[in-house]
Design a protein around this ligand. Structure first.
Ligand code: HT7
Ligand code: ZN
Length: 863
C-alpha cells in the first residue's frame, strides 16, 4: 500500500469552485449527476485533470456541454482522468451507486429505512468523481429527488431553496450552501423521520430553526439532544464569540454509524447512541456524553468547517481544538473538577497507553497508509491537551484573542498547525518554536522529580528532569516546552507562596520547563515541605516522584486541586496492587484515606465516588513494563475485598443516606448521589452472598443507571437472583437496539471465564448483527477490552472468538474491523503464553487479503 507523507504535500493542481449535484435516490441504485466548475492551478496549467472515485458506474460524461468521447478520459479503480484539458471548464458526470450493498458505511448507505452519507475522511469519492481532499473548498447546490412515500424527508447541507412534487409519486428538494466547504463535509439524508425543533436567535440576530431528527418512534427521546444543542450554540457565542451561520441546523440520529458523530455543515449525522435518551433507556453517563458530543460536533462549525484543514495530517488542528472546546463546554456548565478527572482518566487510560505501545504516533503523524486509522486518542485527546497547555501559557484573554485572529485570518480557508501557532504567537508575543515539538514528537514525556532538604539552612531543592521514552518510529526525543504547575505545603498545610529561584520562566505556582533539566530552589524553609505536582495535569506527562504513602494520604486530604487529590488515590491503589511488598503502608494509608472521604458528607459525592472507584486492570497494567494479568486481577480483587471489609458500615450508611436523592431525577445532586451509591453498592455486594441490596435496587430502580448498576453487581458475584434479573432486563428493553447493547455489554463483560460461552452463543444467535457497528463494538469490543478474565483466558478461547470474526468484519466494514484490533495493543507485554497465542493469530490474520485499514493496524501491531 502506498504511504502518504506530510513532507510531500503539494497544492492541488485542479480546484473545484462550484458544485451542482442532482441525486435520484433509491436504496438499490442511486444516480448522481455532478456538474463541477474546475480550475487549473495557474502555476501548473498542464497538470492532468485527475479526479478521485471508487465503486462508481459511469453513465454519462460531458465537458463544457459536449459529450466526452472515450478517447478523452480514463476510468480506473481509484479515479477518472480527463485528457487534454488545461483551462477552466465545466465537467458533468452521471454515475450509478448502490447504497444497499454499501456495508462500509462510507459514501451513501442505508440505515434502517433511511439513506444517508458519511464522507469524512474520503467517502465523497464513493458518491461522485471529485478532487477529494480537504484543501479544495466549493460552493454546493444540491437537488434531491426520491419516492415521496419511502423518503418523505429530504435533507442536505445549507439553506432550503425550494421543494415540490414530481410525477409518479416522487418529490424533490433543493439546498444551497453559501459557505465554501471541502467535500468531506457534504451530507444528505432521505427517510421517514420525525423531529423535534426549537427556534434560536443568534447573537448577531439570525433566526435559526434547530431540528433533531430520528425514526418516528424515537422522536420523544430527542429532547435532551435538542436542549443540548441550544446550550452549545449559546455557549459558543458567549465563551468564544462564535455564532451559527445558516437558517437551519439539522441533526439526524442513525442506528448504523461507524463512529460517534459527524459535523457535516448544517446537517450533523449522529450515531443514535449520542442522541436518544430518556431516564429509562439512557444512563447518567449517556446524558452527559450526549451533551458533550452534541457540543463537539456543533463547535466544529468553526473549528473544522469555517476553518478547515489543508491536509489530513493536520487532523488534530480541528479535532484537538474541538475536543478542548467541548471539554470547556462541559466544565463551564457542570463541575469543572469532575470533568477534569474524567478527561484525565480517559487520557491516561487510552492515550498514554497508545503512546506506550506499537501504535504510538505523533499528534501530527509524518505519514500514513490509511487516514481512517488516525482518528486516535493521540490526535483527539493529546491534541486537546496541547491546546489546553497553550491556554495555560497564554491565559484566557490572550488565548481568546489568538483564536479570534486564527478564525478571522483563515475563515473559508484550509489551515495548518503552524497557522494556529502563528496566531497564538502573534496574539501573545511568545516564542512557540519549541512548543511546536508537541505536534511532531511521539511519546509521553516523563518528569522525574527528586528533592533535597537541608534542615540546617532550610534550603529545599527540586530537581526536574524530563525524558521521553523511545517510540516505534525510532525518532530522537527532544526536550519539550511544558507548563509545570506545582504547590508546596508547610507543616500547617498552608501553601508556601515564595517563588523558587530557578532559570525557568515562571509565575505563581507554575514554571515553564524547556530544558532537559531544571532546578528549583527555596531558602530558609522551617521544615521539608509537602509538594504537589502537575495540578490540573498542566501537561500531558507522567510524573515520577517517590511519595511516601503517608504523604499521599495527607495530600489527598489537604490539596486544593481535585485532580491531584484523585491522583493521590490512584497512586495509593497502584502501590497497594503493584508494590504491596515494597510498600506495605500503601494499603492501610489508602483504606484510611478512603474512610475519611466516605465519612465526609460535605464533599461532592461524585468526587468521593471517583476516588473510591479502583482503577481497572488496564490502567494498572499501564504502570508495568511486563503485564502479569492473573496477578493484577487477583491483587485488585483482594484490594476491593479489603476496602469493602474495612468500610462495610460506612458504605452501608452512605448507601442508605444517599438513597432518597439517588431516586430523584436528573438534577446534578441526584446524579452525584447515584454515582457514589452505586460504587458503594458494588463494594457492599461483594460481602453479601444474597445480594439483598442489589436485588432490591434492581426491583425499585427508576433510572437505567440504577437498574444497570444493580444488575452489574448481581452478575459480578453470581448472585442467586442474577439470571432472573438479566432476563427481566432483556424483556423490558427487548425492542430497543441501544438498550439491548447495554444488556449485551453486561453479558460479555461478566468477569468469569465462562463468559466466553455466552459470547459464543451471542455470536451464533439473532442478536449478532455484524453490519451494525454498535453491535460489533458491544459484543467484540467490550469483550476484548473490558473482560480481561474471559477474553484473555489462558486456553485462548477468547482470542479465537475475535479472530474467527475479524476476516468477515473486515470485508463488511474495514474501519470497524481495524478498530477491534487495537484492543490487542499491549499484547507484547503480556506473559509469553498469551503473547504467543495472540502473535500466531495476528500473523495468520495479516497473511489474509485485507483492507488497507486492517493491514495497516495488524502490521504495526506486529512491528
Ligand atoms: N470528524 C468526525 C470523525 C470521523 C467520522 C465520523 C463518522 C464516521 C466516520 C468518520 N471518520 C472520521 C467526528 C468528529 O470527531 O467530530
Ligand atoms: Zn471532531
Amino acid at each position: 500500500t502506498p504511504v502518504i507523507r506530510l513532507a510531500d504535500y503539494a497544492p492541488p493542481p485542479w480546484r473545484v469552485t462550484h458544485v451542482d449535484l442532482v441525486f435520484d435516490l433509491d436504496a438499490e441504485a442511486t444516480q448522481v449527476e455532478a456538474t463541477l466548475a474546475l480550475q487549473p492551478d495557474p502555476a501548473r496549467p498542464a497538470a492532468p485533470l485527475r479526479l478521485d472515485g471508487e465503486d462508481l458506474e459511469l453513465l454519462d460524461i460531458a465537458l463544457d456541454g459536449q459529450p466526452l468521447p472515450p478517447a478523452r478520459y480514463r476510468v480506473d479503480a481509484t479515479g477518472l482522468t480527463v485528457l487534454g484539458v488545461d483551462a477552466p471548464c465545466l465537467l458533468r458526470t452521471r454515475v450509478r451507486i448502490r447504497p444497499q450493498t454499501n456495508t462500509r458505511l462510507e459514501g451513501l448507505y442505508v440505515s434502517g429505512a433511511s439513506l444517508m452519507t458519511q464522507c469524512e475522511a474520503e467517502g465523497f469519492r464513493r458518491i461522485t468523481w471529485f478532487v477529494d481532499r480537504p484543501d479544495v473548498s466549493a460552493v454546493y447546490t444540491v437537488t434531491l429527488r426520491a419516492d415521496r412515500t419511502k423518503y418523505p424527508v429530504l435533507l442536505s447541507n445549507g439553506n432550503p431553496a425550494g421543494a415540490g412534487d414530481l410525477d409518479d409519486g416522487h418529490h424533490w428538494a433543493r439546498f444551497v450552501d453559501p459557505h465554501p466547504k471541502p467535500c468531506y463535509l457534504f451530507a444528505l439524508v432521505a427517510g421517514t423521520l420525525g423531529h423535534l425543533s426549537a427556534p434560536f436567535r443568534t447573537m448577531d440576530g439570525r433566526d435559526v430553526t434547530v431540528r433533531v431528527w430520528a425514526e418516528p418512534a424515537d422522536v420523544p427521546r430527542c429532547r435532551h439532544a435538542l436542549e443540548s444543542t441550544l446550550r452549545a450554540m449559546r455557549w459558543d457565542e458567549k465563551r468564544f464569540g462564535r455564532a451559527y451561520d445558516l437558517d437551519v441546523f439539522d441533526i439526524v440520529a442513525a442506528q448504523d454509524f461507524t463512529m460517534g458523530a459527524m459535523e457535516n455543515k448544517g446537517l450533523n449525522i449522529f450515531n443514535a447512541r449520542f442522541i436518544l435518551a430518556d431516564i429509562d433507556t439512557a444512563t447518567d453517563a449517556d446524558f452527559e456524553a450526549i451533551e458533550s458530543v452534541i457540543g463537539h460536533e456543533y463547535f466544529h462549525n468553526w473549528s473544522g468547517n469555517r476553518v478547515t484543514l489543508r491536509d489530513w495530517f493536520q487532523l488534530s488542528l480541528k479535532e484537538g481544538l474541538t475536543v478542548f472546546r467541548d471539554q470547556e463546554f462541559t466544565a463551564d456548565l457542570h463541575s469543572r473538577a469532575m470533568k477534569r478527572i474524567d478527561d484525565v482518566r480517559l487520557l491516561k487510560s487510552r492515550q498514554f497507553a497508545e503512546d506506550a505501545g506499537p501504535l504510538a504516533h505523533p499528534v501530527r503523524p509524518a505519514s500514513y497508509s490509511e487516514i481512517n486509522n488516525f482518528y486516535t486518542a493521540t490526535v483527539y485527546e493529546k491534541g486537546a491537551e496541547i491546546i489546553r497547555m497553550l491556554h495555560t501559557l497564554l491565559g484566557e484573554l490572550t488565548f481568546r484573542r489568538a483564536l479570534d485572529l486564527y478564525f478571522a485570518r483563515h475563515d473559508g480557508g484550509a489551515a495548518t498547525v503552524e497557522d494556529l501557532l502563528d496566531a497564538m504567537r502573534e496574539a501573545s508575543g511568545r516564542d512557540l518554536a519549541q512548543f511546536a515539538r508537541w505536534y511532531d514528537q511521539a511519546g509521553t514525556p516523563q518528569i522525574a522529580v527528586t528533592e533535597a532538604f537541608d534542615p540546617a539552612t532550610g534550603d529545599y531543592t527540586l530537581h526536574l528532569a524530563q525524558h521521553t521514552p523511545a517510540t516505534p518510529d525510532g525518532s530522537e526525543k527532544q526536550p519539550l516546552h511544558l507548563p509545570f504547575a506545582f504547590a508546596l505545603y508547610d507543616a500547617d498545610d498552608r501553601r508556601i507562596a515564595t517563588p523558587p529561584d530557578t532559570d525557568a520562566a515562571q509565575r505563581p505556582g507554575l514554571v515553564e520547563l524547556t530544558a532537559a533539566e531544571h532546578t528549583l530552589r527555596w531558602r530558609g524553609l522551617a521544615q521539608r515541605p509537602l509538594p504537589a505536582f502537575l495540578q490540573g495535569l498542566s501537561a500531558p506527562a507522567r510524573l515520577r516522584y517517590d511519595y511516601a504513602a503517608s504523604d499521599l494520604g495527607r495530600l489527598l486530604r489537604i490539596e486544593s486541586d481535585a485532580l491531584v487529590r484523585w491522583e493521590c488515590a490512584q497512586q495509593l491503589v497502584a502501590d497497594a496492587v503493584l508494590r504491596g511488598e515494597a510498600r506495605p503502608d500503601a494499603r492501610p494509608a489508602l483504606i484510611a484515606a478512603l474512610g475519611a472521604l466516605l465519612a465526609d458528607t460535605t464533599l461532592d459525592p461524585a468526587f468521593v465516588a471517583e476516588c473510591v472507584s479502583v482503577a481497572d486492570v488496564w490502567s494498572l497494567a499501564d504502570r508495568c513494563d511486563r503485564i502479569d494479568l492473573d496477578l493484577l486481577w487477583r491483587e485488585r480483587e483482594a484490594l476491593l475485598d479489603d476496602i469493602a471489609a474495612a468500610h462495610a458500615d460506612l458504605l452501608a450508611a452512605r448507601y442508605d443516606a444517599l438513597s432518597p436523592a439517588a431516586l430523584g431525577g436528573l438534577a446534578p445532586a441526584c446524579i452525584a448521589a447515584r454515582q457514589l451509591r452505586n460504587v458503594a453498592l458494588s463494594l457492599l455486594t461483594r460481602r453479601d452472598p444474597s445480594a439483598r441490596r442489589a436485588e432490591a435496587q434492581f426491583a425499585q430502580a427508576n433510572t437505567l443507571t440504577d437498574r444497570l448498576a444493580a444488575l452489574a453487581a448481581l452478575l459480578r458475584v453470581d448472585a442467586p437472583g442474577a439470571a432472573a434479573a438479566l432476563a427481566a432486563f432483556r424483556t423490558r428493553h427487548a425492542d430497543d437496539p441501544l438498550t439491548t447493547d447495554k444488556w449485551l455489554t453486561l453479558v460479555v463483560t461478566r468477569p468469569q471465564p465462562d463468559a466466553v460461552d455466552a459470547v459464543r452463543d451471542i455470536l451464533a444467535g439473532p442478536l449478532w448483527q455484524p453490519r451494525n457497528p454498535n453491535r460489533v463494538r458491544t459484543v467484540l469490543g467490550h469483550f476484548a477490552r473490558n473482560n480481561p478474565v474471559a477474553f484473555h483466558r489462558r486456553d485462548g478461547a477468547g482470542y479465537a472468538l475475535l479472530f474467527d470474526w475479524l476476516p468477515e468484519l473486515d470485508r463488511i466494514n474495514p474501519q470497524v474491523a481495524a478498530r477491534q484490533l487495537t484492543a490487542l495493543e499491549p499484547w507484547r507485554r503480556l506473559d509469553a503464553d498469551r503473547a504467543a497465542r495472540i502473535e500466531a493469530h495476528l500473523r495468520a490474520f495479516a497473511a489474509l487479503p485485507l483492507s488497507r485499514d486492517s493491514a495497516d493496524v495488524a502490521g504495526r501491531l506486529l512491528g
